[in-house]
Design a protein around this ligand. Structure first.
Ligand code: AMP
Length: 190
């Protein structure tokens, strides 16, 4: 039995934190496209430099690059017990590509967890994260966040009806404290 999840929500909703806990608690592999992209940037390759300018603008990296990044992972041995996708899919085209990838490896998604957080709270959270990490993420500033939020509402939120139609959506109150959100997710997965 494997457990195949997507964690979904606006920037700053707590996807990365909860995905790390799910990885730990359920022994499933966390696949974060944001982390993969930041690793590529850190390697200072030509591709990394191109990606950096996209991240700093708060735009989305092309579906083609993302699908290649994630496609190699899902079929890998690390995902034998399942996976939690953090930050992917972010467009309807990516959601369709994911279905195709899963079909090929004869797997399916079990749940799409949606962390619901007000836009206003997100600005404070991102400011907090920037302060905590000493500005490690160059896209954690108010201006880029506004752009990332707009991209989320325009391009990413339209995926929700796609998963709703498949009866996979599970809304989680992401305004609660971190441990409470983890507990709510745990209940949902039971
Ligand atoms: P995240 O760490 O998930 O907040 O992602 C940080 C940035 O990486 C986003 O603002 C996008 O520029 C880029 N990114 C991450 N995942 C994707 C994706 N699935 N599709 C396109 N761009 C992505």
């Amino acid at each position: 039995m494997s457990l195949n999840l997507v964690i979904f929500g606006p920037p700053g909703a707590g996807k990365g934190t909860q995905a790390a806990r799910l990885q730990q608690n359920y022994k499933i592999k966390k696949l974060s496209t944001g982390d993969m992209l930041r690793a590529e940037v850190a390697s200072d390759s030509d591709l990394g430099r191109k990606i950096q300018s996209v991240l700093d603008a708060g735009e989305l990296v092309s579906d083609e690059i993302i699908i290649e990044l994630i496609g190699n992972c899902i079929a890998g041995p690390d995902c034998a017990k399942g996976f939690i996708l953090d930050g992917f899919p972010r467009t309807v085209a990516q959601a369709e590509a994911l279905d195709e990838m899963l079909r090929k490896v004869k797997r399916k998604l079990d749940h799409v967890l949606v962390l619901e957080v007000d836009d206003k709270a997100l600005v404070d959270r991102i400011k907090g994260r920037a302060a905590e990490t000493g500005g490690a993420r160059t896209d954690d500033n108010e201006e880029t966040l506004k752009k990332r939020l707009k991209v989320y509402h325009d391009q990413t939120a339209p995926i929700l009806p796609y998963y709703e139609a498949k009866n996979l959506l599970r809304a989680i109150d992401g305004m609660q404290p971190v441990d409470e959100v983890t507990a709510l997710i745990g209940k949902t997965l039971k």
